[in-house]
Write a protein that binds this ligand. Sequence first.
Ligand SMILES: Cc1cc2nc3c(=O)[nH]c(=O)nc-3n(C[C@H](O)[C@H](O)[C@H](O)COP(=O)(O)OP(=O)(O)OC[C@H]3O[C@@H](n4cnc5c(N)ncnc54)[C@H](O)[C@@H]3O)c2cc1C
Length: 271
Amino acid sequence: MDRSVRDADVVIVGSGIGGLTAGAYLAAIGKKVIVVERHSVAGGNATVFEHKGYEFDVGVHYVGDCQPGGMFDRLLKPLGIEIEWLELDPDGFDTLVYPDMTFRFPKGVERLRERLLEHFPTEAEGIDGFLDVTQKLNRGLVGGGDFDTLMQYQDQTLGDLFDDLKLSPRLRGVLCAQNGTYTLPPGRVSVILHSVLMMHYVNAGAYYPAGGGQVIADGLKEAIERNGGEVFLQTPVKRIIVDGGRCAASSSSLRRRCASEASPTRSTRRS
Ligand SMILES: Cc1cc2nc3c(=O)[nH]c(=O)nc-3n(C[C@H](O)[C@H](O)[C@H](O)COP(=O)(O)OP(=O)(O)OC[C@H]3O[C@@H](n4cnc5c(N)ncnc54)[C@H](O)[C@@H]3O)c2cc1C
């Protein structure tokens, strides 16, 4: 086995944004990190591929909390990663088109409230109730406050909240605008997850990284390599060998690849 693999402190299976972020932070604090990825490009669902001269982003469509001082800023800057974030139209980062109505989902809770009232003037109470609960849940989870509301809603679905507030079917549809990101109907998604997801766009806007999701993955991969770690591409892990409760080695293909000292192809895509 290649020495670098034998001496690794941490072997991460999969170079999705999750694995790369963990790897980049572990490498930054001095751990010897190896990431193994079965695909030929690092990034998982945040990769970009080309087809017939066009670039396609596999997953990333919009990301929230990217403003200066936001979550992405706080996460990526300490690793030396600078992303140019392009804000989607704050007056309508999602547009819902019905045969007889178009609803543009705006940034800003008060602007959202006004727009909802314009389209659903008879449902003011339900709209206020929905925005009140979703804001409290968002603050409870990411703002470190309102623990009681989190506990109260911990087992409830978004559909339960809609039922409690007696919202009309069309208003429910509008308030589900972002459910394409997790692809579950209201009756099967936690109201906490939906609140945090929706409010992170509503409170701070929706953004797209210039160059696509790949620039985030590439930045993290480079941060790992800068700090002495390695990312092995085209290296599927088939088996994790556990010896005495500890991981002793992972997969014959990792051993084979490392033994052949294959150098991973780099993928850098920036606009
Ligand atoms: C269609 C779509 C649209 C999306 N839109 C958005 C959006 O607009 N905004 C947003 O914030 N998020 C969006 N997401 C979600 C976001 O892309 C994902 O949450 C995120 O990329 C997941 O990262 P991850 O590290 O958890 O896993 P993944 O990206 O799934 O990465 C897992 C990696 O592990 C590798 N792997 C798995 N098994 C093995 C193995 N045995 N050996 C070696 N490698 C292995 C895989 O090849 C993959 O590269 C979208 C996702 C999809 C699919």
